[in-house]
Design a protein around this ligand. Structure first.
Ligand SMILES: Nc1ncnc2c1ncn2[C@@H]1O[C@H](COP(=O)(O)OP(=O)(O)OP(=O)(O)O)[C@@H](O)[C@H]1O
Ligand SMILES: [Mg+2]
Length: 439
């Protein structure tokens, strides 16, 4: 089913919101509302819209400021200004600044519909191929759905993105998807591993050199930034960049120019940056090992990928995705996973996140005999690990914790009631709470 375009209506006048909403819904569009510029701004970072209709005069953030924000965060969304008779001049300058058009209050429904229609026609070509996204980034949990929405927003815009999350949560994958779905996808995606380049080679690697720049420079070599021109640079493990590396990055991101070693002039660059790290950059800033100014440059739009243990609902779909992938690769007839294995997958905390799940399934596919992945097809290491006493103990504690929290929530944090639900005395419950570190 083709979904109807989604329109955001931002106006502080409730009557205008209602009127616009009714007219547009009647035409079959989906609508969402923001009561002022602040709410609209908020919504633009959470959802994807095809058209924004914004009043020019709103308390807090005006329509003009909202337009500037949209230029940065979602330039692929058409922006239509709603203006009153007295503010036509600013509406005209808004159009120069990237708004598609404006409508003046009072307006005729036909006029509104025709402006929205032509905006949709004109902006359609910019729209990102989101259909693909569900096959690229897999998962059904609420968290993953939110991440997918953020990927959409990041793909439609050109802002710098910072992706955070533990190792194996999919940071590199997200960076690649954003590039693939972005208007820069015809140009290179260049990955720079910030922890792997020694200080002495940074300049040569990033900026490149001219022939004869130093002994051994027998021919010109372009640096990574030059190779990525018009495309995307992925700064992987940016939290591990040395101080010197950080300083170089900051100047390139700020000035958008480079100078090759032995070169005579600066070269303009047109690059989009995406950075990723499994480190807590704020902590590194506190410790004085990461530059705050660089952090602000990178963290314009942030995407956090929670660990797999916090989104276990994703496991079945991810698991079957990997089963299909590796069955094809190794030419095996495997179709499903036994319920015992799935049960174990749900219990296991996956410290290596999705990468670990992928590896476990790859090995299981190789070891499997029939059509189903059973406990026998799991590797010894994995089974040993999950049979490990500590793992079991920890698992029991986790389950107990969950049970107690559930009971407390049910009892609205009344301990006597919660103890009743759990079938223990109040003092027993207090003892357990202390033991489990819940108090
Ligand atoms: N949601 C997902 N859907 C499908 N595959 C995924 C998903 N998330 C991660 N993967 C896969 O899991 C593996 C690990 O992901 P990735 O390499 O992107 O993790 P990472 O966060 O960059 O890890 P590191 O910090 O170690 O670099 C990859 O093979 C990736 O394709
Ligand atoms: Mg990675």
């Amino acid at each position: 089913m083709v979904k109807q375009p989604m329109i955001l209506i931002a106006d502080d006048d409730p009557n205008i919101r209602k009127l616009l909403g009714e007219i547009l819904e009647e035409e079959g569009y989906r609508v969402d509302f923001a009561v002022d510029g602040v709410e609209a701004k908020n919504k633009l970072t959470k959802n994807v819209y095809h058209v924004i209709l914004a009043d020019i005069k709103m308390p807090g953030i005006s329509g003009i400021e909202l337009l500037e924000f949209r230029n940065k965060i979602c330039p692929g969304t058409a922006f239509i200004i709603i203006t009153a008779y007295g503010t036509i001049k600013s509406a005209v300058s808004a159009v120069k600044n990237g708004a598609f058009n404006y409508i003046t209050k009072p307006f005729e429904p036909e006029e509104l519909i025709s402006v929205v229609k032509s905006a949709l026609e004109e902006f359609q070509s910019f729209s990102v191929d989101f259909e693909k996204l569900n096959n690229l980034f897999i998962g059904t949990s609420k968290i993953t759905k939110e991440v997918i929405e953020q990927i959409k927003i990041a793909s439609a815009s050109d802002v710098t993105v910072l992706i955070t999350g533990e190792s194996g949560t999919g940071k590199s994958l997200v960076a690649e998807i954003i590039h693939k779905l972005s208007p820069r996808n015809k140009f290179p995606f260049v990955k720079i591993n910030c922890s792997a380049i020694p200080d002495t080679l940074i300049e040569a690697e990033l900026f490149g050199y001219e022939k004869g720049a130093f002994t051994g420079a027998i021919k010109r070599k372009p640096g990574k930034f030059e190779l990525a021109n018009k495309g995307t640079v992925f700064l992987d493990e940016v939290g591990d960049a040395s101080p010197q590396f950080q300083a170089k990055l900051l100047s390139v991101i700020e000035e958008k120019t480079i100078e090759t070693i032995g070169g005579t002039s600066k070269k303009e660059l047109n690059i989009r940056f995406i950075a990723a790290t499994n480190k807590n950059l704020k902590k590194l800033i506190e410790q004085g090992v990461f530059r705050q100014d660089l952090y602000y440059r990178l963290n314009v739009f942030s995407i956090h990928l929670p660990p797999l243990r916090e989104r276990k609902e994703d496991i079945p779909l991810l698991a079957s995705h990997f089963v299909n992938l590796f069955s094809k690769k190794f030419n095996k007839p495997i179709k499903n996973i036994s319920s015992k294995v799935m049960e174990l997958f749900f219990k296991y905390p996956w410290p290596g996140n999705i990468r670990e799940l992928r590896n476990v399934i790859e090995r299981a596919v190789v070891l499997s005999k029939g059509q189903t992945i059973t406990l026998e097809s799991l590797s010894h290491e994995f089974l040993e690990f999950t049979n490990n006493k500590d793992f079991k103990k920890r698992q029991i504690l986790i389950e107990e914790k969950q049970k107690i929290i559930l009971a407390l929530e049910k009892a609205r944090w009344n301990k006597t009631k919660a103890a009743q639900i759990l079938g223990m005395t109040r003092s027993q419950l207090r003892y357990r709470l202390k033991k489990l570190g819940l108090e």
